[in-house]
Design a protein. Sequence first.
Length: 100
Amino acid sequence: MMNTKTCNTLQEVRDEIDALDEQIVELIGARNAYIKQAAKFKNTVDEVKAPERIAEIIAKVRHKALTMGMSANLLEEIYTIMINEMVESEIAEFRNSSVF
């Protein structure tokens, strides 16, 4: 489990959560930027969709969640939504960069 500090007030807890949310959004943004880069290494929309890779990611996330004492189902749901949206973004990037 991550090290979290012990807070003494509700406001302190909220401030820590807000700081984490900032980091989470930045990390998701960085992940999305890499997803868009991946499009240039793929040759078809089916390659972009990569169901085997998605299954691999979900399995890793579920395992990590369990090792941290978190709900694997919650993390799977979050990642499924994120991946589906990012795949759509990657498909658009692939179509925009492909030469027909």
